[in-house]
Structures are given as structure tokens and as C-alpha cells.
Design a protein around this ligand. Structure first.
Ligand SMILES: CC(C)(COP(=O)(O)OP(=O)(O)OC[C@H]1O[C@@H](n2cnc3c(N)ncnc32)[C@H](O)[C@@H]1OP(=O)(O)O)[C@@H](O)C(=O)NCCC(=O)NCCS
Length: 272
């Protein structure tokens, strides 16, 4: 088995492994648009067996909040043979706990042990919440508007002191989405991306009271059932659950000891 950098010639093999590992057809390695995005932004590696068949792949990329392991998938027939560990060590070389790293771990039994041995600490569950946007608390001061991808990216960069992610916003727009801005009066408090049944991402200002921005953004997304992925400690989680929203699944945010991920954002598990 060799581990090497991936190229666009590996897109089909990456898609095959991703589907076999239970990934959805879109917004994952099964989707060439997604893999091309991560190929353009970070490191993508594949594990190749002696017969040339790809047994696994992984990807890591810079984000406004740290270096993210976005993908680690091994063909189910090859699980438990050290492939995932080798891919991870290639993507994240150096000693365990090298600062500035994070991932959203699945609940697969091998995932958390691999990341913990790489020096990451489990922090909080990333809750996949689904609910009816008619059942939201009222936040009169906040106003959400639909904007283009580049305008949302510029607002996001403003909120994160110029950490640029235009390519991500264009990717989300290309998946049937739009950019979103949330204002409190004239003050920008959040920027994000959504589509008819999902608030895909929301970057929120650092101020605690701005955590309600997610409610204004959810109301703007539309659809009768909307999904959003929020940190367990997000101040609006209890309120949404009391209004009938449901936790459908969760990942586990894991970070190196130096890193604190914002808990007022909504996250995309692949792109943060
Ligand atoms: C998670 C995944 C990538 C791991 O790949 P893998 O090749 O099976 O993993 P490895 O064999 O390299 O390593 C698994 C490690 O977990 C350890 N492990 C497994 N179950 C464990 C348990 N219950 N307690 C402690 N350690 C455990 C193994 O001992 C091994 O560690 P070691 O190599 O230091 O001995 C793979 O199982 C996979 O694709 N799963 C489905 C998709 C998924 O959930 N991906 C993770 C996305 S965040």
C-alpha cells in the first residue's frame, strides 16, 4: 500500500470509496465538484493497493478557524488495517498535538481513537438539527437578507478579520444555494450560506448576544423542514428543542488543545 498525493485522475476512485463508506452523493467525495474544491485548497491523499485499487482517501485544508481534516474514508473491506492512520499521518505530519488542527469526527468506532492519538481533544457534539422554520423564537431586531456568494464571502471575511473563503461560498451557491447576511439595525452580525432546506453555514460575530442571528437566518432559508448543524453549547439549541426541533444525528468536534472553535456558528461538516 502506498500513500500519495491525489490528482484529478483519482476523482472516480475517491467517489467509489466515499460511496462505499456511506457518504451522500453530494457535498462529499462522491461529488467531483466537492473533491475539486478541496484539491484546489489543501492536501488530498489516496492509499493505493499493490494492484492499483484505491483503498482510502483523506483531505485537509486551511479554514478561517484552523487547519481542518475534512475527509478520511477507507473502503469497508480494508477497515482496521492501519490505512486511515497512515492517511492521517501523511495529511498531518509532525508530533501529535501540533497546534491549530481540528475535525468533526464521525461516530465510527475507529474515528475518535485515531484523532485522539493525533493529539485532538473531544470538545462538543455538532448537532444535526431539523425543524419547521415556522417554529422559531421571534427576534425582532435581526433582519436576514439573501445576497450573492461574493457579497456573503466579503461579509464573512469582515467578521473573521479578512480570512477569505470566496471559493467555499461559490461552491455553496453552485449547489443551489445563496449567500445570507444578518443585520441588527445597520450592524452586520452574521454571514452565511443556505438553500431551500438547509442553513449550510453561518459565521457569527464574536458577541454573545449575536447568537440569535441563527434564528433570523433559519427563518430566511424557507422550506417546511430545515436542517442546521449547531455546536451543542450554542445558546439557541435548548430554545429550538423546546419548539419541537429534533436532533437527527451528531458528529464530535475535536481540536488540538490550543484551539477553541466558535460555538455561535453553524457548521458544514466538510467545509466548516
Ligand atoms: C474511520 C476510518 C477512516 C478509520 O480507518 P481505518 O483504516 O479503519 O483505521 P486504522 O486501522 O488506521 O485505525 C483505527 C484505529 O482505531 C483503533 N480503534 C478501533 N476501535 C477502537 C476502540 N473501540 N477503542 C480504541 N481504539 C479503537 C484501532 O486500534 C486503530 O488504532 P491503531 O492503528 O493505533 O491500532 C474508517 O473506519 C472509515 O472509513 N470509517 C467510515 C467512515 C468514517 O466514519 N470516517 C471518519 C470521518 S470523520
Amino acid at each position: 500500500m502506498i500513500i500519495r498525493d491525489a490528482t484529478t485522475l483519482d476523482l472516480e476512485a475517491i467517489a467509489t470509496v466515499s460511496l462505499a463508506a456511506g457518504q451522500p452523493a453530494t457535498d462529499s467525495g462522491a461529488d467531483a465538484r466537492y473533491t475539486n474544491l478541496v484539491l484546489g485548497q489543501g492536501s488530498v491523499v489516496v492509499a493505493v493497493q499493490p494492484d492499483g485499487v484505491v483503498a482510502g482517501w483523506g483531505a485537509a485544508r486551511p479554514t478561517p478557524v484552523g487547519a481542518m481534516l475534512s475527509d478520511l474514508f477507507v473502503d469497508p473491506g480494508q477497515h482496521g488495517r492501519g490505512v486511515g492512520g497512515r492517511l492521517l499521518r501523511r495529511l498531518w505530519p509532525g508530533r501529535p498535538g501540533t497546534p491549530g488542527r481540528f475535525t468533526f469526527s464521525s461516530r465510527h468506532p475507529s474515528a475518535l481513537p485515531l484523532y485522539a492519538k493525533a493529539g485532538l481533544l473531544p470538545r462538543w457534539p455538532l448537532l444535526y438539527l431539523t425543524g419547521d422554520p415556522q417554529h422559531l423564537p421571534v427576534v425582532p431586531a435581526m433582519r436576514a437578507t439573501v445576497v450573492g456568494a461574493d457579497q456573503a464571502a466579503a461579509a464573512d471575511a469582515h467578521l473573521t478579520t479578512n480570512r477569505e473563503r470566496t471559493a467555499d461560498y461559490r461552491y455553496w451557491a453552485g449547489s443551489g444555494g445563496t449567500g445570507l447576511l444578518v443585520h441588527d439595525g445597520d450592524r452586520l452580525v452574521a454571514a452565511g450560506a443556505g438553500r431551500h432546506d438547509e442553513l449550510t453555514h453561518l459565521t457569527c460575530s464574536g458577541a454573545d448576544q449575536d447568537a440569535v442571528a441563527v434564528v433570523a437566518a433559519l427563518a430566511r432559508v424557507g422550506g417546511s423542514q430545515v436542517t442546521v448543524r449547531l455546536p451543542g453549547p450554542h445558546p439557541m439549541v435548548g430554545e429550538l428543542l423546546r419548539r419541537g426541533w429534533r436532533v437527527e444525528d451528531y458528529d464530535l468536534a475535536m481540536t488540538t488543545p490550543d484551539l477553541q472553535l466558535p460555538t455561535t456558528w453553524a457548521y458544514s461538516p466538510g467545509l466548516a
